[in-house]
Design a protein around this ligand. Structure first.
Ligand SMILES: [Fe+2]
Length: 145
């Protein structure tokens, strides 16, 4: 159970970092098709942000406290910070790669949750896997030349 709590917090901090990056890209993207990418990053950050509170409360229900500071998030997160303003194509590629990372972390979390017979929590994690599969599709389709 302790291992599940630990991995859940890593997945949560990674999800929060992923959210923040998608929001940063939504703010800073530029180009002649600005609106298209502003909206794409907007859709992604909104979906992830809407899941954050539920994610935290479900981890609390596993019996542990939640990290809620940038210091703790940066210690736990597997998604690296982006403090530069990237060109549009680099934004797409980076968020796509991060999305792949999220898929791996969530899969590990799902398997561990099932091992611990936390089926309700697994169900929530499966929903996050589904959401990231959709983000992956949208990012991949947007990168196609
Ligand atoms: Fe906005």
């Amino acid at each position: 159970m302790e291992e599940l709590q630990k991995l859940a917090k890593i997945a949560f901090a990674s999800e929060f970092s992923f959210y923040l990056k998608a929001h940063q890209f939504h703010w800073n993207v530029e180009g002649e098709d600005f609106l298209q990418y502003h909206d794409l990053f907007g859709k992604i950050y909104e979906e992830v942000y809407d899941s954050i509170d539920d994610f935290a409360e479900k981890i609390r229900a596993l019996g542990t406290y939640m990290p809620g500071s940038y210091t703790r998030f940066s210690m736990l997160s597997k998604i690296e910070d982006e403090d530069q303003v990237l060109p549009k194509d680099a934004m797409l590629k980076e968020l796509y790669m991060d999305n792949e990372k999220m898929a791996i972390i969530l899969k590990k979390l799902f398997d561990l949750s099932e091992q611990e017979h936390q089926h309700g929590f697994s169900d929530f994690v499966a929903g996050r896997m589904d959401a990231h599969a959709k983000h992956g599709w949208m990012l991949r389709a947007s990168m196609k030349r």
